[in-house]
Design a protein around this ligand. Structure first.
Ligand SMILES: NC(=O)c1ccc[n+]([C@@H]2O[C@H](COP(=O)([O-])OP(=O)(O)OC[C@H]3O[C@@H](n4cnc5c(N)ncnc54)[C@H](O)[C@@H]3O)[C@@H](O)[C@H]2O)c1
Ligand SMILES: [Zn+2]
Length: 347
């Protein structure tokens, strides 16, 4: 078993091991004695894993209830959030009871937000089931729903009490969803030297997951509220989010981030800020996992979305620019120069 402490406030542990989800009843007893547990999952994950999770908890003496959300981004709605809160109230939950997120990043995002709001905060535990939620969403305590057409507009920083990261869940993950997670894994290799060394030396998914948790854990504990160092996790995302939105979400988040990473890296090479070999290594890794590496649309369509980015300041956009393999720098670029960066990244 690998235990990684995430040193935020309050701190919590990510326990990583094949089969660790089976320890959920025992470990939950330490968090909320034997009280009530409300499982939040989505229809797909629920069909595969809800019954076994629920039965194990009931057998251990917990009183168990559940909410089943629509899969994908549709899980992150007001309706889901208030549905969970109503279920908690109907089942007489109090502050000593616990929520359990069983699913990908969408499920844990809405569960964390519900946990932060109910009675001003009850505890929650997550069982991430996608590669992306294991390497990214499970760490850092950001939780949110989408609102008024804006992604993650209503949210909080609210840490789980425990994360049980069981790679066995990946056995049922569809290939396209797996690839989404690989885009984020490759992102870690671009922003951390230690991660790059691990990633490029051998194909070892369990190790990559473990190191991603440690890497993100280190970054978020240095900057829990996302005002400084945490911004490097946004590598590939400033352009990526715009690509995703401009495609009207026909390109997935992982595909868009893959393209976003290539655009910014190619632009950095063109500007003499990093070696061409970094770009070649990045595109090689992305191609290996079936991810796209170039943008075929019109860059003018991206500009309005980049300007709207939540992370942009008034007239400047923070770009995370590669310097060498496993190292990036944050550069504030005047908004009017963004088009030039995009051009450099596409030609
Ligand atoms: N909080 C954070 O720090 C953070 C970080 C990154 C992403 N996110 C959020 O995470 C969300 C994306 O999460 P995701 O990529 O995990 O997507 P997801 O939760 O939508 O899951 C993707 C699909 O895979 C299915 N699925 C999940 N686990 C499965 C399994 N083991 N077997 C079979 N099918 C399974 C789901 O039902 C869904 O259809 C986005 O909303 C994003 O904003 C949050
Ligand atoms: Zn991402």
């Amino acid at each position: 078993m690998k235990n990684i402490e995430i040193r935020v406030n309050p701190p919590y542990t990510v326990m990583i091991e094949k089969g660790v989800s089976r320890l959920c009843p025992v470990l939950l007893k330490e968090i909320c004695s034997v009280g009530k547990v409300h499982i939040v999952t989505d229809k797909n994950v629920g069909a595969l894993y809800l019954a076994e999770t629920e039965n194990a908890l009931a057998k251990a003496g917990f009183s168990v209830s559940h909410s089943i959300l629509t899969p994908g981004e549709d899980a992150k709605t007001e309706a889901s959030l208030f549905g969970i809160l109503s279920n908690l109230k109907e089942n007489g939950f109090d502050r000593l009871d616990c929520l359990l997120a069983l699913g990908g990043g969408t499920v844990s995002d809405v569960t964390g937000l519900a946990a932060s709001l109910y009675m001003r905060g009850i505890r929650y535990v997550t069982l991430p089931t996608t590669l992306l939620s294991m390497v990214d969403a499970a760490v850092g305590g950001k939780c949110a729903i989408n609102f008024g057409g804006v992604k993650n507009l209503i949210g909080a920083f609210y840490q789980p009490s425990l994360v049980l990261l069981d790679p066995d869940y990946l056995s049922s993950l569809p290939l396209d969803i797996y690839r989404e997670g690989m885009a984020e894994v490759i992102k870690y290799a671009m922003i951390s030297k230690e991660y790059a060394d691990a990633f490029f030396s051998e194909e070892n998914l369990p190790l990559w997951i473990e190191k991603a948790v440690a890497c993100k854990g280190e970054i978020v504990s240095a900057d829990e509220k996302d005002t400084g160092k945490r911004r490097i996790l946004n590598f590939g995302h400033t352009f990526g989010h715009a690509i995703e939105a401009a495609s009207d979400f026909s390109l997935s988040h992982g595909e868009s981030v893959a393209i976003g990473m290539c655009l910014i890296t190619k632009a950095a090479v063109r500007r003499g800020l990093c070696e061409k070999s970094v770009y070649e290594t990045l595109t090689g890794a992305l191609k290996k996992y079936g991810l796209p590496t170039s943008f075929s649309g019109d860059i003018d369509t991206l500009l309005p979305f980049i300007r709207e980015d939540k992370k942009s300041k008034k007239d400047k956009i923070s770009l995370i620019v590669p310097v060498s393999l496993g190292s990036v720098t944050v550069t504030d670029v005047p908004t009017k120069e963004i088009a030039d960066w995009l051009t450099d990244g596409t030609v």
